[in-house]
Design a protein around this ligand. Structure first.
Ligand code: ADP
Length: 192
């Protein structure tokens, strides 16, 4: 199995690059943001609770996302590997993920961290908000709150994986194809 974390702040291009990466490497895409938005569109109790938090730009509770990831891992026993997008976002989530993968006798091969300046992030998210229909993209205050949440809670997750020498910084500005090339170069060094 080859398991990879695509890491970076909101607007760093994780969703766009994930789609291209799963197509090339045949990995199963696990995006906690997508899983949560699917709960919202089905109007489940979990989705309705999560929406209130997401619309403030805050993180939903660890237990909720860990539960979703645990079910998704169990639900895909034949996957060649997983691409984690938007997860883990806290140290607690990172520890839980390691345990879940350990139970499956596998682990994270690498964390690829997209590097994008804050001004570029805000610009991209405001633009995405004009068409995406995502309520958390439609207001610059919420966008800045998400970036603040990233800086205060999520950036530290890279430190967690640095201890295991698993973090590689990749250029996240430029053309989509150039960034994809940078990511693939790092994966090809590590995948069988
Ligand atoms: P972005 O990273 O562009 O903000 P996501 O789709 O990854 O978009 O996440 C949208 C929102 O969903 C986050 O702001 C947060 O409220 C919630 N969310 C997604 N993943 C997690 C997670 N792993 N832990 C807590 N909250 C999460």
């Amino acid at each position: 199995m080859f398991n990879l974390i695509l890491f970076g702040p909101p607007g760093s291009g994780k969703g766009t690059q994930s789609e291209k990466l799963i197509a090339r490497y045949g990995l199963k895409h696990l995006s906690t943001g997508d899983l949560l938005r699917s709960e919202i569109s089905q109007q489940t109790p979990l989705g309705l609770e999560a929406k209130k938090i997401m619309d403030k730009g805050q993180l939903v509770p660890d237990e909720v996302v860990i539960g979703m990831i645990s079910s998704a891992l169990d639900g895909n026993p034949d996957a060649k590997g997983f691409l984690f997008d938007g997860f883990p976002r806290t140290d607690k989530q990172a520890e839980a993920l390691d345990k879940l993968l350990d139970l499956k006798k596998t682990s994270i091969a690498v964390m690829l961290a997209l590097n994008v300046s804050e001004e570029e992030l805000v610009k991209r998210l405001v633009k995405r908000g004009e068409t995406s229909g995502r309520s958390d993209d439609s207001n610059e205050g919420v966008i800045r709150a998400r970036i603040a949440e990233y800086n205060s809670k999520t950036a530290a997750v890279a430190e967690y994986y640095k201890k295991f020498d698993k973090v590689v910084l990749v250029k996240g500005e430029g053309s989509v194809d150039d960034i994809f090339g940078g990511l693939c170069g790092e994966i090809d060094k590590r995948i069988d």
